[in-house]
Design a protein around this ligand. Sequence first.
Ligand code: FEO
Length: 412
Amino acid sequence: MNVTKVTDDTYLLSVNVENILFEGLWEIPNGVSLNSYIIKGEKTAIVDGVCGWDGYPESLFNLLDKLNIESKSIEYLIINHMEPDHSGWIESFKKINPDFKVVCSKKSAELLEAFYGHTDNITVVKDKDTLDLGNGHILKFAEIPNVHWPDTIATFDTLTGTLFSCDAFGSFGNLTESNYDDMLDEEKLDFYENEAVRYYANIVAAFSMPVKKAIDKCSPLPIKIIAPGHGIVWRKNPTRIIEDYLRYASYQKGPAKEEITLIWGSMYGMTEKAVNHAVKILEEENIKVNVHRVPETSWGTILASAWNSTGIILAMPTYEYKMFPPMAAVLEELGKKKVQGRKAFSFGSYGWSGGAQKELDEIMNKYCMNWEFIEPVEFKGSPREESLKLIEVKVKELVKEVREAVGATVNS
Ligand code: FEO
C-alpha cells in the first residue's frame, strides 16, 4: 500500500495484490499493483480505484488518509473502465460519499448499473469531451474501446500532460517505493518489461488491433507522463512503454523475437527422449529457447513465452486417438489469444495409432492461427536413431526459418 506524488496536484495510490489468480485464471508469480490516481484542482477527482481483492476498499481509504483527503471531498469518480479490479470498491465508497459524480463512457454507465446498481449523477463522455477541475486541470477523454473491455476510455490531464491509460501500457509485478521509471535502473526496468509482456499476453493480447488504434488516437496528445492502472508510471521516458506496446501488438501475427518456445508433454517418457534431443540441438544452434512442460506450466507463462517467440515447437504424444489433452488445452488458449503466424514444428510418440496431428490441424483451422509448419515427425513407441536424426534436421530447418523471418523484419 503506497501513496506517492506523480506530479503537481497528482498522486498515485497503489495496492499490491498477490497469491491470487488474476481474473480467477492467470498466475501472477510477482504479483500485480492496482493503481488509482487523485487529481486535485479546485475540485478533486479520483481516477479508477483500488481495493483488496475481496472488494473492500479499506486500502483505498487508508491511502486517502495518508494524503489527508476526506473521502467526502472527492467530487468526481472517473471510471476508465468497469472491470472490478478497478471498480470493486464503488458500492462501499457510495455509503461514505453518496454525492459523488461519475464520469465514464456510455458502456461503462450500463455496466455500472449491471454490477453495482448505480445510476445516479453520471456524466457520459465521448471522445474529446472535457471536464474542468479548476486550477488549470482540464481533463480530456478519449474512447479506447477493447483495451481491454469495450467500455474503456483514457483520461488526459491537459495541464500536466498525464495520460491515465487504464489497462493500456500496464504490467504485472508488484510496486515498491520506486514506482516510476525515473527511479529504476535498467535491471528493474527489464523486470517490468517482462511483467508487461506477461500482462499483455494474458490480458490484452486478443485485442491487439484495438491497442494499435488506441495508440494512434492518443499519440497526437502532448503526453509527458503515462499513468496506467497496473504497474509503474512512466515519467522519464513514456515513449518506451508506448513503443513496447506497439511491438507487442505487432507480435500477434508474427514474427516476434528470435526465440523458440518448446511446449511439451509426455506420458511415459518416449516423447521426452526426443524433446531432450531437440533441446540439445537448439542449444547447439545458439538460439534462445523457452521450454515448458504441460500440464505443469501455467497457461499464463506459456502464453507470454509464445507471444515473444517467432518459432514454436510442439512435442506431445497421441492420447486415445487425439492429442495429449493438456497440449490441446494450451493450444486452444493460444488460438483464443490470437497467437498467429508462427514458424512451427511438431513431433511426438504414438502407440497403437496416431491422431495428435489431426487434432492439431483442427485447432489451427478453428482459430485461423496461420502457423507455418515444417513436416511433422511422429514415431511409434520410443524414438529410434532414425527419428531423432529426422527431428534434428527439422529443428535446424526451423531455426533457419525463424532467423530469416526475424531478419526480414529487421531489414524491412
Ligand atoms: Fe485492469 Fe481490464 O482491468
